[in-house]
Structures are given as C-alpha cells and as structure tokens.
Unconditional design. Structure first.
Ligand code: PMV
Length: 325
C-alpha cells in the first residue's frame, strides 16, 4: 500500500486565469504549458491500517494547518475513488522547487501526490484520469502529468469529466529553455485563487481575455510544431501581458508586478533589441520566467544577472512527465 512518484512543475505559456467552478476547479479557458526539469516534487504515500488520521511531512517537517487540510482533502478524493474511506496515509514529500523562484510548488506537489496516492491504493489510472484527479488538487497541476508541452482542455461538462490536460509535444521535441529570475521581492499579497475570482467577478477586461485565447492557442501550437521560437515567444509574452492587464480592471484593482518585475521585463526587451531572442512570462507573483534557446544561454543569464534587483537566476530545460520510484 505504498508508492512513490516524482512530478515536475510547469510554466504556462497560455495562462489559466479564471474559474467557472470554484470547488471542482474548472477553468474558463484552455491553457498550455511547458514542464520544467529543474523543479520537482517527490512524494511517497503509504496507506496503513494502524493510522487514525493522515500524516503529512514536507521536507522532513510535520505539517498541520491549511497545507495539511489541502492534502487531507485531496486524499479523501483518492479514498472515495478507490472505495477505501477509512484508510489513512502517511505522506512524505520532498520539494525541489525553490519557493523564492516564484513557482507554485502546488503544481508539482499535487501531481506527485495524485500519482503516488492512487498507485498506493492499487488504482491503475490512465494519464487522462490522473490529470483529471490532479486538477482537483490544484488546477495548473493537471498539466504536470505530461513532459514537454501540455494543454489543459477546459471542457464543457458541469461535473468536470472532460476537463483534463493532454500532451502537445514531448520534452525531446524541442530544446527550449527557461530562466527563473529570482527577485528581492516579498511574498505575493493576492493569491492566484483570490486574484482569479476578483478578476472574473469584476474586471471588464475579463471577457476579452477569454475571447482572445482560441487564436493564441492555435498559433502557439503551430509555433511549437514548427519549432518557431519567435512565434512561440511573442505569443507567450503577449498572452502574459493580457492576463496581467485583466487585474488592473478589477475592483479593487491589483497587480502582481513590482519595479523589479518591470526592470527584468525591460532587460528582456533590451536583449531582443540587441538581436538575442528572449521572451518573458509572469504568473501570479512578481517573479519573471524567461524563455530562450540553448545557443543564447550565456548572454541571457548574464543580462538577467546584471539587473540590480535580481538575486538569482535558475536555468532549466524541458522536463519529463510523472515517473514512479
Ligand atoms: O493552479 P493555480 O491556482 O496555482 O493557478 C495558476 C495560475 C497561473 O499560474 C497564474 C497561470 C497558470 O496557468 O499556471
């Protein structure tokens, strides 16, 4: 009744921004991401007859409170699925996702937990079933089931049965790289959950955001197939800017950007002006991720480290999907 799984985090090039169902975690648009090899979570789940409740260790530390509740609630889903309602688990997770880099460790965390938990109870889930289960822990996590590029299909069903990720291109299709730029900024004040909700409920820009997604997706998928870096980069950067624009129209308005975020964005645009193709993307926080090609790695890293507000730059390649043991 024990299994171990490893899942990598992913960065969205077409963002998931808005829910149509809060509790089932169903999105208002499709999204597309790249899984990264540098950042992962490894989780062991052991279901044991002698436990009276679930126990959760993260990086060797026993966890309680909100983080524990999210894990327990998710284990409930797995238990219900397997019809093993009174069987509790000990969970050990090791996070290789530096929180300072601004990656949601929940993406790799819930993907690894879903994979290890379902396997420990003897469930043989297809990738599609696993992605659908993972989605209910953290939306963006459903894309981490796959390596390389993956698309989360929003689906139309009210029960979420057709909302899961599908593979677009494997990690070895294209050696595209991502620099995670760490800034001397504080923790985000508006969580992605709260930010999305406020945007959906109040921003007049939200509809236009949603309406613009199908064209972005079609074009970026074409760019990925053709390994057209300029096309993929331009669409990803513009899509990120549109997502962040919706937050300025919300009531009350908010932004995830700081002056350091802007400084990095300008450094990336300066690289392009100097003939080096590089593009930025930003999630629900101040940190910036930069897409580049291997032949430009030295110049890109140097330019980013030269920005005074930058405290670290972590380079990553395209990563694999879920693996066991
Ligand atoms: O799944 P969450 O709640 O971590 O939301 C992620 C939202 C963004 O990171 C901003 C975009 C995305 O698609 O990952």
């Amino acid at each position: 009744m024990k299994a171990t799984a490893k899942a990598h985090t992913n960065i969205a090039l077409i963002k998931y921004w808005g829910k149509r169902d809060e509790s089932l975690i169903l999105p208002t648009n499709n999204s597309l991401s790249l899984t990264l090899d540098g950042f992962y979570t490894k989780t062991t789940v052991e279901f044991r007859e002698d436990l009276a409740r679930d126990i959760f260790y993260l990086d060797e530390e026993r966890i309680s409170g909100v983080q524990y509740d999210r894990v327990r609630n998710f284990l409930d889903l797995i238990r219900n699925h397997a019809d093993k309602k009174d069987l509790y688990a000990q969970v050990h997770s090791i996070n290789e996702v530096p929180t300072a880099a601004g990656f949601a460790s929940s993406a790799s965390g819930f993907a690894a937990l879903a994979a290890a938990g379902s396997r420990a109870l003897g469930m043989q889930l297809s990738d599609q079933e696993l992605s659908r289960l993972t989605r209910q822990g953290s939306g963006s996590a459903c894309r981490s089931v796959y390596g390389g590029f993956a698309e989360w299909q929003q689906g139309v069903e009210a029960d979420g049965s057709d909302s899961y990720a599908v593979p677009v291109a494997p990690a070895d299709h294209w050696d595209i790289r991502v620099a995670a730029v760490v800034l001397s900024a504080k923790m985000k004040k508006v969580s992605s959950r709260e930010g999305m909700k406020r945007t959906v409920d109040t921003s007049p820009f939200f509809r236009s955001w949603v309406n613009s997604i199908p064209a972005d997706l079609e074009e970026i998928k074409q760019g990925i197939t053709e390994r057209d870096f300029d096309k993929v980069g331009h669409i990803a950067e513009a899509n990120c800017l549109k997502m962040h624009a919706t937050t300025l129209g919300a009531r009350p308005p908010f932004t995830y950007w700081t002056d350091a975020t802007m400084a990095v964005m300008q450094a990336v645009q300066a690289l392009r002006a100097n003939g080096i193709p590089a593009f930025f993307t930003i999630d629900a926080g101040p940190n910036v991720k930069v897409l580049y090609l291997p032949e430009n790695e030295i110049e890109v890293e140097k330019a980013l480290r030269n920005v005074p507000e930058v405290t670290d730059v972590i380079l990553s390649r395209s990563g694999q999907g879920i693996s066991y043991n």
